[in-house]
Write a protein that binds this ligand. Structure first.
Ligand code: FES
Ligand code: FES
Length: 169
């Protein structure tokens, strides 16, 4: 076998993939072109815009900064894996309700970062939310709708868990 080619096994959105890839193939191109998961978008291709963000073992990462071979044996989640097919997570629902997207180019990446962020921050401040979003470029929304959507999601979750007074004062 050509030494520039490797066979990798990854789990993406719960499904196993075994593929032979060139060592220089970016994870973003692997997901889109080999796996057909085109919900992950590619903007700058050098780590600036955040559009390509996915999760590897639960952590948000820029898929244009990783080679596919680096994820051999790992668990990957893309925007297609956030909710069950045909449904939306509360965060996705609130992006829709709060006008957190227009063209949608940045949206998948922002959802993947926010999903990871909210697992680590039960009650983030607006400042913390904005800091997290600073890794993502959105040319359409002015970010207000995005921040609102995230804050609404936090509030609803904490109300549902009856934590609002304890955590969000
Ligand atoms: S395409 Fe990866 S950060 Fe812009
Ligand atoms: S919704 Fe268009 S770039 Fe963010």
């Amino acid at each position: 076998m050509d030494h520039h080619v490797h066979t990798i096994e990854v789990t993406i959105n719960g499904k196993k993939y075994r593929e032979t890839v060139e060592s220089r193939l970016l994870l973003s191109d692997f997901l889109r072109e080999i796996c057909g998961l085109t919900g992950t978008h590619v903007g700058c291709e050098h780590g600036v815009c955040g559009a390509c963000t996915v999760q590897v073992n639960g952590s948000a990462v820029r898929s244009c900064l990783l080679f596919a071979v680096q994820t051999d044996g790992q668990e990957i989640k893309t925007v297609e894996g956030l909710a069950e097919p045909g449904s939306l997570t509360p965060l996705q629902q609130n992006f829709s309700e709060c006008h957190g997207l227009q063209c949608g180019f940045c949206t998948a990446g922002i959802l993947m970062s926010t999903d990871d962020f909210l697992r680590q921050h039960a009650c983030p401040s607006t400042k913390e939310i904005k800091e997290m979003l600073s890794g993502h470029l959105c040319r359409c929304t002015g970010y207000d709708g995005i921040v609102k959507a995230i804050e609404k999601t936090v509030k609803e979750k904490n109300v549902a868990e009856d934590k609002e007074m304890k955590l969000c004062t």
